[in-house]
Write a protein that binds this ligand. Structure first.
Ligand code: SF4
Length: 300
């Protein structure tokens, strides 16, 4: 199942600022040089942006290219955590032409901001020489499968092979990289196989489970029914009956797997940074409060 060919509406818009304060626990500021994202991932949580950006078109079919006044006093971001690409892909294919993310990095050059770039594209390698100059930066590649067919069903971004190659290039250039295994699809995402693939080319492995809410819940469940009918009972348990047992068991398995591989495994703690050549730190961002409650209920 592939996405249908569709037209993309691209327009340039003026924005007062490209950097916004955030309440997210993972950063102080979100930075999104674009509104919308043409990678059109079927599970995209950012699709709620339609409500705020005044777009009626389907998520994935439009892209607003932001222009902003030059960032005054970029040094004020020293020591602050900036997430580039929280609700868009900063290296979507139109970045090649508009270079908004490149401009952003050039404006922030010379700061000591703690920057995380999240992308599904190898276009980020174009800016390697700029990125190299930031003392505190991490390039995170989202990879939730090694199966290119499943990837093609889910998103229009570049192949997994290209993402892995780009990750390696950054790592070999001594730039910290993360493999963001997100979202983990129950019984489809082979987390251990992905970890084994990236273990020697990243500094962090972040794990996040598939969360279904909003409009895309029905879309994903329909896809599972069509392509993986044998998984329907499991998905019903998790997403219709809110049973977290699958995640409890997967978290335990992954913890053991990390132990076997000599990897540090932490929960909800993205702050642990180790010397560059140490094996990656695995961070579990599952819904632990819920999982713990569920486990406790079962024990009782
Ligand atoms: S790349 Fe990220 S922002 Fe873009 S559609 Fe996919 S999940 Fe959403």
């Amino acid at each position: 199942m592939q996405f249908e060919e569709k037209e993309i509406t691209v327009r340039e818009i003026k924005s007062n600022s490209v950097i916004s304060k955030t309440n997210l626990p993972t950063g102080d500021y979100c930075v999104n040089p674009y509104t919308g994202c043409i990678h059109a991932c079927k599970y995209c949580y950012a699709s709620f942006m339609n409500r705020f950006s005044g777009h009626n078109e389907p998520w994935g079919s439009y892209l607003d290219v932001k222009t902003w006044p030059c960032i005054l006093n970029p040094k004020k971001y020293d020591g602050k955590e900036l997430i580039i690409g929280s609700v868009t892909d900063p290296y979507n294919p139109f970045e090649e032409k508009f270079e908004r993310t490149k401009r952003l990095l050039l404006e922030l050059r010379g700061t000591n901001a703690k920057i995380t770039i999240i992308t599904k594209s190898d276009l980020v390698a174009r800016d390697l020489d700029i990125i190299k100059n930031f003392p505190n930066i991490c390039v995170a590649f989202s990879i939730n499968t090694l199966d290119e067919n499943f990837k093609n069903d889910m998103d229009s971004a570049v192949s997994i092979e290209r993402r892995l190659r780009a990750m390696k290039t950054f790592y070999e250039n001594k730039i910290r990289t993360a493999c963001f295994i997100s979202p983990i699809f129950p019984q489809i995402t082979n987390v251990q196989a992905i970890m084994d693939t990236v273990i020697h080319q990243c500094n962090f492995i972040w794990l996040e489970n598939l969360n279904l809410r909003g409009e895309y819940k029905a879309k994903i469940l329909k896809y599972i029914a069509e392509r993986y009918p044998e998984l329907v009972p499991l998905y019903d348990e998790i997403y219709r009956k809110n049973d977290n047992q699958y995640w409890v068991e997967l978290a335990a398995e992954l913890q053991n797997f990390c132990k076997d591989r000599g990897l540090i495994y932490v929960v909800d703690n993205g702050k642990l940074v180790r010397p560059f050549n140490e094996p990656p730190v695995v961070v579990n961002f599952f819904y632990h409060s819920k999982i713990k409650q569920s486990a406790k209920r079962r024990k009782d």
